[in-house]
Design a protein around this ligand. Structure first.
Ligand SMILES: NC(=O)C1=CN([C@@H]2O[C@H](COP(=O)(O)OP(=O)(O)OC[C@H]3O[C@@H](n4cnc5c(N)ncnc54)[C@H](OP(=O)(O)O)[C@@H]3O)[C@@H](O)[C@H]2O)C=CC1
Ligand SMILES: [Mg+2]
Length: 311
């Protein structure tokens, strides 16, 4: 942690680290993945020298490397950076690297372990740089530090940091059943926990109670915190995941159809069955009811609920 913080605070130290770093390449915000012999996907392991050769082969000069953004470090304190080469030829880059640039949403669910959150973090930072080139107070250009952890207005010296929107996601239960809903934009058949952005000035518990009341017309009696997650879609959100309970005597739903296409109570048996249904990846008929995949914190809430109600 201290090593990483040192790189963020000292441009010279960060420049040295960039000379021999692990690099994650993106093309227009899609990460470069490779399929291995078992048919599973991994990020493509590149070093700074590989990227330098790639840039030369693609007719770009090495200064593009200065746009790399620090995303972490390995256990051996080797810095990890990401770089978007969206201005260069995608097909030529794929051929030279032996990989494919895959849309983030698809990548997120193809990758396993620690790779999915790292790629999501990288894309979120690259996206933030892409959209933060000017100061919103003065209209003047902003300039990044070497690590890419902040941008400073060239005229007013206002410092900007990468931003996320806080979101509360909540799995409501009446003791026997859990409440799942779907927005019209969700893939067909997918139901998830209720979620909503925090309004300015709200506490976590105020957002939770308001969202449940607004979306399904229920009054939350109690809640407990479960876990949190950075969620890159469609923009960076900080998801705070909670369980909540409502009184079984007051579990009649009044769904706000401007927010949710549908919301329903589901039994343990229905949820268990859906947990065993693999996530639908498009193509063919979608199953009538399925749940968000493992990387989503909603999935964690649902599996925790099953464990808690069965124990
Ligand atoms: N990781 C997971 O397991 C899951 C993640 N999610 C994520 O949770 C997030 C929030 O859920 P959702 O139900 O859509 O939220 P809300 O119920 O708050 O509804 C979204 C609406 O809120 C308004 N809004 C207020 N503040 C913001 C903001 N900062 N950014 C964008 N819109 C804002 C917008 O309305 P208007 O444009 O009318 O102002 C938007 O259409 C989504 O990004 C979704 O991807 C959801 C479920 C599962
Ligand atoms: Mg919502």
């Amino acid at each position: 942690m201290r090593f990483l913080n040192g790189l963020k605070q000292n441009d010279d130290v960060c420049s040295v680290a960039l000379q021999d770093a692990h690099m994650f390449l993106f093309h227009r915000l899609s990460p470069l993945l490779q399929r291995n012999h078992q048919g599973t996907f991994r990020t493509t392991e590149l070093r700074t020298s590989d990227v330098q050769s790639l840039l030369e082969n693609l007719g770009s000069d090495r200064t593009l490397l200065q746009e790399a953004v620090l995303i972490g470090c390995t256990e051996q304190n080797q810095a990890q950076f990401c770089l978007d080469i969206g201005g260069l030829d995608q097909a030529a880059a794929e051929e030279l690297c032996g990989g494919t640039f895959v849309d983030l949403r698809k990548s997120f669910f193809l990758l396993s372990g620690a790779e999915a959150p790292l790629v999501a973090k990288a894309q979120a930072l690259l996206r933030w740089h892409k959209t933060s080139g000017f100061c919103s107070a003065t209209g003047q250009p902003t300039h990044r530090n070497q690590a890419g952890s902040q941008r400073t207005c060239s005229s007013s010296a206002i410092i900007y940091y990468p931003k996320m929107s806080p979101v509360v996601i909540v799995l409501v239960s009446d003791g026997e059943r859990c409440l799942l809903g779907r927005q019209a934009t969700f893939p067909r058949g997918m139901y998830s926990a209720l979620a909503g952005f925090c309004d300015m000035g709200e506490t976590l518990e105020e957002t939770l109670s308001r969202e449940v009341a607004e979306e399904v017309g229920l009054e939350v009696k109690s809640f407990s915190f479960s876990s949190s997650q950075h969620w890159p879609f469609p923009q960076s959100s900080f998801m705070m995941a909670c369980h909540a309970s409502v009184s079984p005597a007051h579990s009649q739903l009044c769904v706000d159809h401007s927010e949710l296409e549908d919301a329903r109570w589901f039994s343990q048996q229905e949820v268990l069955c859906a947990l065993q249904t693999p996530p639908h990846r498009g193509g063919g008929a979608a199953p009538p009811f399925w749940l968000p995949p493992k990387h989503a914190v909603a999935h964690r809430l649902i599996t925790e609920w099953i464990q808690n109600t069965r124990s």
